[in-house]
Design a protein around this ligand. Structure first.
Ligand SMILES: [Ca+2]
Length: 266
């Protein structure tokens, strides 16, 4: 079982600048709750979201965010399976298929085959929420202004994508973390975020804590997956799927507001 005794060990990063944690800091916290989970406190700050140009991930625009917590890893098969057992929820699509590592022998691999509604339900059960699209990009950048968290070039050793040679998800945390200590923000599985999708949203998005459009059946996915090409690994890349879609390359991770009153998602 994955239950933890009721404790909360907080060794977190304080501050409001856009800077990575110092090398000797341990920003990971272990939570009391339905499952053990490691989170990282992402400091408040401002960043340039998107890229210059005229596509859907344009224009680059300044966004300011409050501090928030973000899961260090993608939600795993083991965590999602426990959620299904405790809530009588149906198992994910593709469950039992080893080619997607969606079996009880792969509990440390990311869950796939879950819809946005499934992801949102899991997050609510865990006392969390999905990250906003802006939170995801800010956390994925971890201070980087390049196309990737590690610079401007992509190599198979950087993350699990179509050219990495696995042809399947790998255990979460198999690749190095970014400067915030987050793993797999690029690759392994693409990740649902909370926002609805609008191709032109960046042209009129608010500068402070944007939450996405008010209407729309499509939800944003971020980060690219094991099945997708190098373009989807770019830090500003965005795409969207219907909220009831399930995919063998899409999972999620959870976020949590520092101020609980700031959380709302529907
Ligand atoms: Ca990912």
């Amino acid at each position: 079982m994955f239950r933890l005794p009721a404790f909360s060990l907080i060794l977190c990063l304080a501050g409001s600048s856009f800077s990575a944690p110092p090398a000797d800091a341990d920003p990971v916290i272990a939570l009391a709750g339905p499952l053990p989970c490691e989170e990282i406190l992402i400091p408040a700050g401002a960043f340039l979201m998107g890229q210059p140009g005229s596509e859907g991930d344009c224009p680059a625009h300044e966004v300011s965010l409050d501090a928030f917590y973000l899961d260090k890893y993608e939600v795993t098969n083991g965590q999602y399976l426990e959620f299904c057992r405790q809530t009588d929820r149906a198992l994910p699509e593709f469950w039992g298929q080893d080619r997607y590592r969606a079996t009880e022998d792969n509990l440390d691999h990311p869950v796939i085959g879950v819809s946005w509604r499934d992801a949102q339900a899991y997050a609510a059960w865990a006392g969390k929420r999905l990250p906003t699209e802006a939170e995801f990009e800010y956390a994925a950048r971890a201070g980087s202004t390049g196309s990737f968290a590690w610079g401007d070039e992509l190599f198979p050793a950087n993350c699990n994508y179509a050219k990495s040679g696995y042809g399947a998800p790998v255990a979460v945390g198999s690749y190095p973390p970014n400067a915030f200590g987050l793993h797999d923000m690029a690759g392994n599985v693409a990740e649902w975020v909370g926002d609805r999708y609008d191709y032109d949203y960046y042209r009129h998005a608010p500068a402070l804590n944007p939450q996405g459009p008010d209407r729309g059946r499509f939800r944003v996915i971020r980060g690219g997956g094991w099945h997708t090409g190098p373009g989807c690994m770019r830090i500003y890349w965005r795409n969207a799927l219907p909220n009831n879609w399930v995919d063998f390359s899409v999972g999620f991770r959870c976020a949590r507001s520092v101020d609980p009153a700031a959380s709302s998602q529907d």
